[in-house]
Design a binder for this molecule. Structure first.
Ligand code: GTP
Ligand code: MG
Length: 195
C-alpha cells in the first residue's frame, strides 16, 4: 500500500467537496501543532508534502493526500489552539462530526497525542465524539524523541488510563517520531493491514 507516489489531492471545507470514496482512507486528528502534517510526511517518505509549521492552526481544511493508487491519507484541521474564533471552532466541529460519521471508506481515525503532554481535555472531546461515530480509532503518540524513557512510561500510563473510558478505542498505542523515524514502519504496516 505504501508503494507508489504520494500527491496532494485537495483541501476540503465541506462534505460536498470530498473526493470519490473509491479507496481505503485513514485520517489524522489531533491538537494543533501535535505533528499531524509531519507524520503524513514521514509516512509517505516526503519532506514537505503536507505543510508542517510552527504556526498553530496552519492546516484549516481537510487535506487529502494519495499514497499510491489505493490509499488516502487525510490531514484534519488541528483543534484546541488558543484564540480560535468560536464560530470557526463550531464550523470545524460540525464538519468533523459529519466527516467521521459519514465517510464510508474511512477505515480508521488516528488521534495524535503529543507525548510531552498526554491526553488533554480537548482530546477527550474528540475521543467522546469518536465513541459515537462508528469508525475505529487509535491513539498515536508523537514527538517521542523529545522525552526520556522514564517519561515514556508516565505518559503511557496516563494515556492508557484515559483510554479506559473509551472502550471503542483500539487498545494498541503507537509511539512515533516523525523526526527520527521511530514507529513509522509500525504505523505503515497497521495502515497497510486495513485494506
Ligand atoms: P496544525 O496543522 O497546526 O494543526 O499542526 P500539525 O499537527 O500539522 O503539526 P506539524 O506537523 O506542523 O508540526 C508542528 C511542529 O512540531 C513543527 O515544528 C514540527 O517540526 C514539529 N514536530 C512534528 N513532529 C515532530 C517529531 O516527531 N519530533 C520533533 N522533535 N518535532 C516534531
Ligand atoms: Mg498541519
Amino acid at each position: 500500500l505504501f508503494a507508489g507516489e504520494s500527491l496532494f489531492v485537495k483541501g476540503v471545507v465541506a462534505m460536498s467537496g470530498l473526493p470519490p470514496a473509491d479507496r481505503v482512507e485513514v485520517c489524522f486528528a489531533g491538537r494543533s501543532n501535535v505533528g499531524k502534517s509531519s507524520l503524513i510526511n514521514a509516512l509517505t517518505g516526503t519532506k514537505a508534502l503536507a505543510r508542517a509549521s510552527n504556526t498553530p492552526g496552519r492546516t484549516q481544511e481537510i487535506n487529502y493526500f494519495t499514497q499510491g493508487p489505493g490509499l488516502y491519507l487525510v490531514d484534519l484541521p488541528g483543534y484546541g489552539y488558543a484564540n480560535a474564533p468560536l464560530d470557526k471552532v463550531k464550523q470545524w466541529q460540525k464538519l468533523l462530526k459529519q466527516y467521521l460519521s459519514g465517510r464510508q471508506t474511512l477505515r480508521r481515525a488516528f488521534v495524535l497525542i503529543d507525548s510531552r503532554h498526554g491526553i488533554k481535555t480537548v482530546d477527550e472531546e474528540i475521543l467522546t465524539l469518536l465513541d459515537t461515530s462508528a469508525v475505529t480509532f487509535q491513539c498515536v503518540l508523537t514527538k517521542i524523541d523529545k522525552i526520556s524513557l522514564a517519561e515514556r512510561e508516565k505518559v503511557l500510563d496516563q494515556v492508557r488510563g484515559a483510554l479506559a473510558k473509551h472502550p471503542a478505542a483500539y487498545p494498541e498505542l503507537v509511539l512515533t517520531s516523525s523526526e527520527k523515524g521511530e514507529g513509522i514502519p509500525t504505523l505503515r504496516s497497521i495502515i497497510a493491514g486495513l485494506e
